[in-house]
Ligand binder design. Structure first.
Ligand SMILES: Cc1cc2nc3c(=O)[nH]c(=O)nc-3n(C[C@H](O)[C@H](O)[C@H](O)COP(=O)(O)OP(=O)(O)OC[C@H]3O[C@@H](n4cnc5c(N)ncnc54)[C@H](O)[C@@H]3O)c2cc1C
Length: 574
């Protein structure tokens, strides 16, 4: 089953703020995703990458597909016009981002990282850095990386050992980074590394780090960007999935670098990139759920096995299609509910980013984004994996073999709960910093929205039951956070013992809000004569919300119980 961009689902979310020009862009992006990116996915997985004499060669189809994307100007879609971008909305960029990652996860990382690096340069770089580096990147000639991880430090960036020595022309960077995605490749003329390193005498720990822009190639005496800059790719990883994406070890041996922002302001600057990437990784989870659903549904309609318990549904055939079996439907609806709910959450985060750009002093938008980013990243990637696992299950043994491509979905998607901060790290960030750290201010903002939506619809002629299912969470969620806060004051480890369960609980409630909203909107549209959506499509939205609120939201009960179980049961003797 070939990938089809869920254009209607996307249009349903943006129906109030999308114009003809944007629709045209979406259609073009959809064609690119379906006709170029998706067909390159399996071949990229089979061919992988080669390292030859310190240079990575991408799989042929991956390189060609990227070069076409870059030449067609997609890199600058949401980046500022000042440096050659098209300055389209974040909402539009998020939709395109989902299509590309659904079509080809491994390749989608290259533009995602490059665009996030641009954000860090725009927000923290000097005018000179911005004017020199952004135009060729935005034009698609150069790409960028994020260089944080070292062999002894991943989650704990405070341990970074890479060094920077100030000199007359900039800084000299020394150190070894590992796991750098697209740290070397042959699809762009230059690679701009954003490197976390410590200037000599800077304090230990995370606050002592600075961020440097380190080009792979610097200008020679004739001003051409052709001189090698002491950055060498020393190896690429042989790994579980995303084979088309080179995961590089890089050695910096006195490479020339330029400070981005202030000395010792590195982690702050890198966070601009990381937050953007976290929302990008959320899209990977959403895209994975969507792709898993599409492949599974196509198969479930065709695969004939056993008879429906309530009597034959395909009496002329040898057996009924497996889509008739309630257990298979359970899995399909779970995938679809995660895709739809996650997409709505991602779309809302993108709206908040647009709001922030329009009104930088909008404190509510900032608070909501802070709260929702770890939920979006942490929950949607975990949900994506569950969806991919269901895809294998729906295919049965045929899902476990390579030929059908669903095992690739799982292998590729598995990374999303790990990089850009593991789910454990997202969970700590959510509970520790974003909820307890601001005395629940951002959580209250969001639960007020749940409250309002529910209260306005308590007497709804058709959906009151769904409203009743979500309403209690508007109170229970902040109450739980307070209970955990009290425990954590006695022993900080209590927060760590509860954080993952709290993250998952938060994710289910958040998607519950978006599912309810989707059902209410669909119902509203059903009452109109001239809606752009078919009645069947709108009814499906209501059914999906009903499924979600009855069958997935109750998982919160288990998370609630386990998050309150405390530290005691986590003290084994090994
Ligand atoms: C394919 C791939 C691509 C990558 N791309 C990039 C890239 O482009 N740039 C880059 O800089 N890095 C990249 N990474 C690195 C990635 O971001 C790290 O692997 C990730 O952040 C986790 O770090 P780690 O692997 O060192 O695990 P560790 O930090 O050692 O964590 C191991 C486990 O311990 C848990 N843990 C750690 N600390 C805590 C804590 N305080 N509380 C609770 N649990 C904790 C973690 O959640 C995890 O489960 C990539 C990695 C891979 C595999």
């Amino acid at each position: 089953m070939n990938y089809r961009v869920p254009l209607q689902d996307m249009a349903f979310l943006t129906r109030q703020h999308s114009d003809e020009h944007q629709s045209l862009i979406i259609e073009q992006a959809a064609r690119m995703a379906e006709q170029q990116w998706a067909p390159a996915n399996a071949r990229g997985d089979q061919q992988g990458c080669q390292l030859e004499q310190g240079k990575v060669q991408l799989a042929h189809d991956i390189r060609e597909t990227f070069c076409r994307y870059a030449a067609d100007g997609w890199m600058g879609l949401a980046l500022p016009q000042r440096w050659g971008g098209q300055q389209q909305s974040e909402v539009l960029a998020a939709q395109v981002g989902e299509m590309l990652t659904s079509a080809n996860h491994a390749l989608s990382m290259l533009p995602a990282l490059t665009i996030s690096a641009c954000r860090a340069i725009i927000t923290h770089g000097s005018d000179q850095l911005r004017d020199t580096y952004l135009p060729p990147i935005i034009a698609g000639q150069w790409t960028a990386t994020m260089c944080m991880t070292e062999a002894h430090c991943g989650s704990d960036l405070g341990l970074v050992r890479s060094k920077a020595q100030p000199g007359a022309d900039g800084y000299r960077i020394y150190g070894s980074k590992i796991f750098i995605s697209y740290g070397s490749h042959d699809a762009s003329e230059n690679i701009i590394h954003l490197v976390l390193a410590r200037v000599a005498d800077a304090p230990a720990g995370i606050k002592g780090l600075s961020l440097f822009l380190v080009p792979e190639k610097i200008q020679n005496s004739r001003g051409e960007w052709q001189q090698d800059n002491s950055v060498v790719c020393t190896g690429i990883e042989d790994k579980m999935g995303i084979h088309a994406s080179p995961t590089c070890s890089l050695s910096f041996d006195g490479a020339l670098g330029y400070l981005v922002g202030q000395e010792q302001g590195g982690i702050n600057a890198m966070f601009t990139m990381m937050n953007e990437m976290r929302l990008g990784t959320c899209l990977q989870g959403v895209g994975l759920s969507e792709r898993s659903f599409q492949k599974s549904l196509g198969y479930a309609i065709e695969r004939l096995q056993m008879r429906s318990l309530s009597g034959a549904k395909n009496p002329q055939g040898e057996a009924d299609a497996i889509v008739e079996h309630p257990d298979v439907r359970r899995m399909l609806l779970t995938q679809k509910a995660f895709a739809d709910g996650g997409r709505a959450l991602a779309n809302y985060c993108a709206q908040l980013l647009d709001q922030q750009a329009a009104e930088p002093n909008d404190k509510d938008a900032t608070l909501l984004l802070e709260l929702l980013t770890p939920i979006a990243k942490g929950f949607c990637t975990e949900a994506g994996l569950e969806s991919a696992s269901h895809a294998i299950q729906i295919y049965g043994g045929h899902g476990y073999i390579r030929e059908n491509g669903v095992e690739q979905l799982y292998r590729d998607g598995r990374i999303a709960t790990l990089y850009e901060g593991t789910s454990g790290i997202q969970a700590l960030d959510l509970l520790g910093r974003k909820v307890l750290g601001n005395q629940g201010a951002s959580l209250r903002l969001f639960t007020k929205k749940i409250h309002r939506l529910c209260n306005e619809n308590l007497q709804h002629p058709q959906l009151a039951k769904l409203v009743q299912r979500l309403l209690p969470f508007a109170r229970q969620w902040p109450e739980l956070s307070m209970q955990l806060g009290v425990k954590a004051m006695q022993n900080h480890d209590e927060a760590g013992a509860a954080s993952f369960d709290f993250l998952m609980y938060s994710g289910y409630v958040t998607l519950g809000y978006f599912q309810l909203k989707s059902a209410l909107d669909a119902w509203q549209l059903l009452q109109q004569q001239d809606s752009a959506f078919s009645d069947d499509f709108l009814q499906q939205k209501i059914q999906l919300a009903d499924f979600y609120l009855q069958r997935l939201l109750p998982r919160t009960a288990a998370y609630r119980e386990t998050m309150l179980a405390g530290l005691e049961s986590l003290n084994p003797v090994w």
